[in-house]
Design a protein around this ligand. Structure first.
Ligand code: AMP
Ligand code: MG
Length: 695
C-alpha cells in the first residue's frame, strides 16, 4: 500500500538530556515542509511523537516515520536472548528491561548482561561510564563476538557503525537499546495503527522505518553551513527527499525482504534519494503548447496567458552561500534566524537613561562612569536618575530605554543637561523592529537582489536555498548563416542572433549553452536538438520557424508530434514554433534578428521565468508622450524600437525587421496595443526600457 502524506525523520540519541539550547548529538526531528525540531531528551521526543501520530490519525493522513537506528540485530542474537528470531518480540523484551530517565539509564548494564550470557567479552563493547562494569569491555582488546559484526544492510552501507558499540563516536549500540523501548511503547499505544518495516505489512496508517542519513551524505555536506547543526540538516533533507520521491519509487525502496535483521530504507537508491533532495519537479506535459482548435491569429495577451498557465518550474534546488546567491531564484522562504536588530539599541550618539522618570522642563542627570558602544556593550545597570554615554548601534544597557542626542546636550562636571519632555523610547531601536526572529524575510520565487543579500545577512542567514540555474540552449539554423568574421560568400549572412540571444540569456540570469549553427538539414538539426535537450532545460532556435519548405525547425517538431505553430498577432514576429524535444520545451524563434529579439523579450523571457521558478513577470512600462507620428493598423500588437529623449519617446526611422542597427539604436520598445490608432506627437504611448526586461 503506497501513498504517504507526511514524512517525519528522527535523528536519535542514546545519551542523556542535552539541555534547553539546540545542540548537536541531541535528538532532532525533521518533517518535510517544516523547520527541524530540537528535542532535549527521549521523553520529550516520545511525547512529541505521541502527539504527532495522534494528529496524523485524526487528520486521516498516512505518516511515515524514520528512525536512524537499527530495528534489529545481526542474525542469531535475538534468538539467543529470547528463544526466537522475532525482532518485535525483542522490542517488547527491551522495553521490559531498560530503564530510562533524562539524566540516567541502565543501557551499559543491559549491554553487560547480554555479554555475560556469552562469557563477558562481547558482543557489546565500550563502556561510557566512569565505573567499571563486569562483562562490558572498555576496548576491543580480548573482544569476542559469537554473532556477525554487521547486519547484511550494514555490510552494504559504507561508513555505517555496528550496533555492538556502546560509547564513543558512532555509538549506535546505545541508540538501539535506548530507542527500541520508545518505539515499542508508541507501537503499543497505537496498536494496529502502526506497522514496523520490514517486519510487518505496511497496511496501517503509520509506518516506522529504519533510516540512515549517511545515504545522502554528499547532499547533507553541501547543505550544511558553518552555523548549521548537521543533525538538523540531515533530518530535514531526508524528509524532503522521501517526500519528493514518486510514490512508486518509494514503494520500490520499501520492497525489501529482511524479516530477521531489518533493512535501511533507501539503501541502494542513494543517487535517487539525493536527486529527490533537490526536488527536481516533473517535466512539462506533452500537450503544454496545444492551442484551442480553430485558432487562426492569437492575440499577444492570449498567447502570454497560455504560456503562464501551462509552464511550470522545471529546475531543482540547491543551497548556495550568500556571496553566490545574487540573481538566483529563492526556492524556499528564507526565515530569519535572528531578529534585526538583535537587541534594543541606540539610533544616535548621545546619553541614555530611563525615560519614564524624567521631570518636565530642564533636566540635569549625573553621568555614571563608562559607556556603551556598538559591539562593546556596557556591562552594568544604569540606576534611575542617572545617564550613560552611548554611541550609535550600541545595545541599551539595563536601565536605559531612552536616548538624548549629543547635539541637544550640554555636558559639564560629570553631568548632562538637556531639555525634558522627551518621549520614553526616543532615539532607540526596538529589538526585531525591522525583522522578528522566525519571520519570513524573503519569499520563495524572489530573484535575489543585492538588498536581499543585505537583509538575509542581517537576520543571520549565510546560505540560501535557490533554484538550480535554468540552462537555455541557443541554436542558429539556416544554410545561409555563417560564423561572424568568416569568409562569407555573397548569399551568406553572419550569424547575428546567436551572440545576441546567448548574452540576453546571461543578462536574464540564466545559464546560456551555445549549441552553434546547423544547416537546413533535418537529420543534422535533429541530432543537434538531441544534444541540446541533454544539456539544457529549454532550447531557443532561430530561423526556420515558419511553415515554408526550408522551415526545418517547425517541420521537425511537427514530425515529433509535439509542435504547435503559434501564429501570433504581433509585429515584428508572427510565427513562433513551440514544441517539446526530448521532453524539453523548444522556442522556435523567427530568423530575423529584430523579430527574434522582440519575441525573446515578449514571450521567451516570461516563459523562462516560469521554468526557472520565479513565476510570471510582466515588464514595467511607462506612459510617456510620443515624439513621432504613426498610423497603426487594427488587429495586431506592435513593438517599435524606441528611446527616450527630452521626455518623449522617439522611434527608429524604419520598421524593417532586418534592420539590426535599429535594435542597437533603441533603448527600449514602444508597445502599441492591438487596436488601430493614429498617433500624433505628444500623445501618450507605452515605453518599456530594455532594463525592464532585465537587459
Ligand atoms: P527564416 O526565419 O529562417 O525564414 O529567416 C528569416 C530571415 O532571417 C532570413 O533573411 C535569414 O537569413 C535571417 N536569419 C536567419 N537566421 C539568422 C541569424 N542567425 N542571424 C542573422 N540573420 C538570420
Ligand atoms: Mg531559414
Amino acid at each position: 500500500m503506497s501513498g504517504w502524506d507526511r514524512f517525519v525523520m528522527v535523528d536519535w540519541s542514546g545519551g542523556n538530556d542535552t539541555g534547553p539550547r539546540p545542540r548537536k548529538d541531541a535528538i532532532w526531528i525533521g518533517e518535510a515542509g517544516h523547520a527541524p525540531l530540537y528535542m532535549r531528551n527521549r521523553a520529550t521526543a516520545e511525547a512529541f511523537l505521541l502527539e504527532r501520530i495522534g494528529a496524523a490519525l485524526n487528520a486521516g493522513e498516512r505518516l511515515l516515520i524514520g528512525f536512524d537506528f537499527p530495528f534489529a540485530y545481526p542474525a542469531g542474537f535475538v534468538a539467543d536472548v529470547i528463544g526466537r528470531d522475532d525482532p518485535l518480540a525483542f522490542w517488547a523484551y527491551l522495553d521490559a528491561h531498560v530503564e530510562d530517565a533524562p539524566k540516567a539509564n541502565n543501557r551499559f548494564d543491559r549491554a553487560a548482561a547480554f555479554n555475560l550470557r556469552q562469557g563477558g567479552h562481547g558482543p557489546f563493547w565500550a563502556n561510557g561510564l566512569k565505573r567499571d562494569i563486569a562483562g562490558l569491555p572498555r576496548t576491543k582488546a580480548n573482544y569476542a563476538n559469537p554473532f556477525p559484526e554487521r547486519r547484511a544492510c550494514e555490510r552494504a552501507a559504507k561508513g555505517s557503525f555496528t550496533c555492538w558499540q556502546m560509547a564513543g563516536a558512532g555509538a549506535v549500540g546505545s541508540q538501539v537499546i535506548m530507542g527500541l523501548p520508545v518505539l515499542e511503547r508508541l507501537r503499543q499505544r497505537f496498536a494496529g495503527q502502526v506497522a514496523v518495516w520490514p517486519f510487518e505489512a505496511l497496511d496501517a496508517p503509520v509506518a516506522f522505518v529504519e533510516i540512515w542519513p549517511g545515504l545522502i551524505n554528499d547532499a547533507v555536506r553541501r547543505a550544511t553551513g558553518p552555523e548549521d547543526i548537521r543533525d538538523a540538516v540531515q533530518v530535514r533533507l531526508l524528509a524532503q527527499a522521501l517526500a519528493g520521491l514518486a510514490p512508486e519509487r518509494l514503494d520500490a525502496m520499501l520492497d525489501v525482504d529482511a524479516p530477521v535483521e531489518g533493512w535501511i530504507l533507501g539503501l541502494g537508491f542513494e543517487e535517487e534519494l539525493m536527486a529527490a533532495v533537490t526536488l527536481k519537479p516533473p517535466p512539462l506535459r506533452n500537450d503544454c503548447f496545444a492551442l484551442p482548435p480553430g485558432v487562426d491569429w492569437t492575440p499577444v495577451d492570449e498567447a502570454l496567458a497560455m504560456l503562464e498557465q501551462r509552464l511550470t518550474c522545471v529546475v531543482g534546488r540547491e543551497p548556495v552561500p550568500l556571496a553566490a546567491a545574487m540573481g538566483r531564484v529563492l526556492a524556499e522562504d528564507a526565515v530569519a534566524r535572528r531578529a534585526n536588530p538583535p537587541l534594543p539599541n541606540t539610533a544616535v550618539d548621545g546619553y541614555g537613561f530611563a525615560g519614564a522618570s524624567l521631570p518636565d522642563g530642564d533636566v540635569v542627570l549625573p553621568l555614571i562612569a563608562g559607556r556603551s558602544a556598538a559591539g562593546v556593550p556596557f556591562d552594568g545597570v544604569v540606576p534611575e536618575g542617572r545617564a550613560l554615554r552611548v554611541l550609535t548601534g550600541a545595545a541599551l544597557p539595563d536601565g536605559v530605554d531612552t536616548v538624548v542626542l549629543d547635539e541637544d546636550c550640554a555636558v559639564e562636571g560629570g553631568k548632562v543637561a538637556f531639555r525634558g519632555g522627551m518621549k520614553p523610547g526616543a532615539n532607540t531601536r526596538k529589538a526585531g523592529e525591522d525583522v522578528m526572529a522566525g519571520a519570513v524575510a524573503l519569499r520563495a520565487g524572489r530573484v535575489l537582489t543585492p538588498a536581499d543579500l543585505a537583509l538575509a545577512a542581517s537576520v543571520g542567514l549565510d546560505t540560501l536555498t535557490v533554484r538550480a540555474r535554468l540552462r537555455v540552449a541557443v541554436l542558429s539554423t539556416g544554410d545561409e548563416v555563417v560564423e561572424p568574421g568568416s569568409a562569407a560568400g555573397p548569399g551568406q549572412i553572419f550569424d547575428a542572433n546567436r551572440p545576441m540571444l546567448l548574452t540576453m540569456i546571461s543578462r536574464f540570469g540564466f545559464e546560456a549553452v551555445d549549441m552553434g549553427r546547423v544547416p537546413d538539414d533535418r537529420a543534422a538539426l535533429a541530432a543537434r536538438l538531441d544534444e541540446a535537450s541533454g544539456q539544457a532545460d529549454l532550447i531557443l532556435t532561430s530561423g526556420g520557424a515558419s511553415a515554408g519548405d526550408e522551415d526545418h525547425v517547425s517541420a521537425l517538431l511537427r514530425e515529433a508530434g509535439a509542435m504547435q505553430e503559434w501564429r501570433i498577432a504581433l509585429k515584428p514576429g508572427r510565427p513562433l514554433a513551440l514544441g517539446l524535444w526530448g521532453g524539453k520545451p523548444v522556442f522556435g524563434l523567427p530568423g530575423n534578428p529584430v523579430a527574434a529579439f522582440v519575441c525573446t523579450l515578449i514571450f521567451a523571457r516570461p516563459a523562462m521565468g516560469m521554468l526557472a521558478g520565479s513565476g510570471w513577470q510582466a515588464p514595467l512600462g511607462f506612459d510617456v508622450p510620443a515624439a513621432f507620428t504613426k498610423q497603426k493598423k487594427q488587429g495586431r500588437r506592435e513593438y517599435l524600437r524606441a528611446r527616450m529623449r527630452n521626455g518623449r519617446a522617439e522611434v527608429f526611422k524604419s520598421e524593417g525587421s532586418g534592420r539590426v542597427s535599429g535594435l542597437s539604436w533603441g533603448e527600449g520598445l514602444v508597445e502599441l496595443g492591438d487596436g488601430g490608432r493614429e498617433i500624433a506627437p505628444g500623445d501618450p504611448v507605452r515605453f518599456i526600457p530594455y532594463g525592464s526586461f532585465g537587459l
